[in-house]
Ligand binder design. Sequence first.
Ligand code: GLU
Length: 439
Amino acid sequence: MSDGRTAAGVRTARELVGRSKDPVLSEDNPFEAMMARFDFAAEQLRLDPGIYKVLREPEKQIIVAVPVQQDSGEIEVYTGYRVLHNTSRGPGKGGIRFDLNVTLDEVKALAAWMTWKCAVVNIPFGGAKGGVVCDPSGLSIGELERLTRRYTAALIETLGPDSDIPAPDVNTNERVMAWVMDTYSMHKRHAVTAVVTGKPVEMGGSLGRREATGRGCMITTREALKHLGLPLRGTKVAVQGFGNVGSVTATLLEQEGLTIVGLSDKTGAMYNPNGIYIGDALKWVHEHRYLAGYPNADPISNDELLELDVDVLVPAAVENAITRKNAARVKARVICEGANGPTTPGADRILEEQGVFVIPDILANAGGVTVSYFEWVQDRAGYFWDEPTVNERLESVIRRSFHDVLSVADRYEVNMRTAAYMLSVERVAAVHRLRGIYA
Ligand code: GLU
């Protein structure tokens, strides 16, 4: 991690580009939150000021208007984004989210997080992200399909298995990915399975992809507990969010012998000190759509869930769950960030003072993109692996990455988040140094 670094401090570079030195001022803005961590890692690395300037700018930001004919016959126009943060290590990789809270700043932050995430687990992808400002729960299936297809068509020049590969994210799923793949393939006049990951298995998806993000959370939590000398059996866990990431993490942690005492989704939170049986909660959600009304636990507020007396907290919902306001009340010894950006930079400092071991998002939830990489490899080879092979390879990538980050943390005496950023920023910077600047 030392080759090619210059002695020039990055602070000079930061001043050159006119950046504020106080990252806490706008900590709720995800792009600022991402940049604060990047800046800190860059300072620790004494990153070359030129490379610093290159890495803080997204390579490409696309804004598209997405007209969609509603079932009523009326036309609605949605705003869509796709940001490619950095593609020096390989094609842009990252999900598409459909949500009313999508903003360009959020998509920029999420795209950069994908660059660092892919570099932490050392897979040959860059970082990208997309989003459409919409409320998918208010759309019919037909409207959702037309929205997805028109958004894909608007991005036809950037997408491609060698350039930009989407995947599911908040409020998108396998079915949406199937529409992206079909639309792209119709434009290319042949089936291009590797243009998108997180597809249905029947059409080139990978076994184990659906569970991969939660499986990565389970593996990193297990490694963290082992590192801290804490047992698995009986260890108490609270999970915020019961979507794809939260529900699989809870299921797999339960299988490892941990006790899930707190759960939440957007309809509310619940607590049972004796443990909530996840199979039972999943059955309830299957029948009632949400956790609300689940009879075998006491309802609590979402704030109370984050402050429960547990050993492990898994924020697996959205950004900014743990902030300067509530961080001091978090009692967990380990936080496993299933969501992207659930902790603000202001909260980081408080948690560090409290001795909380934070497994940062770019490591904790990297299982998803790791199996996306496996899916892309399988599509391009036209040869598919069985599920145990996928899970074994995932386990080995995540375990290795956890220990890579841990050794940077030990060597530089920094926390796991800074270590993960240092490792990934240096990996991306190294490629820039080798490739040079094309003129
Ligand atoms: N949306 C997921 C993430 O944030 C997966 C991305 C992917 O597989 O490309 O990591």
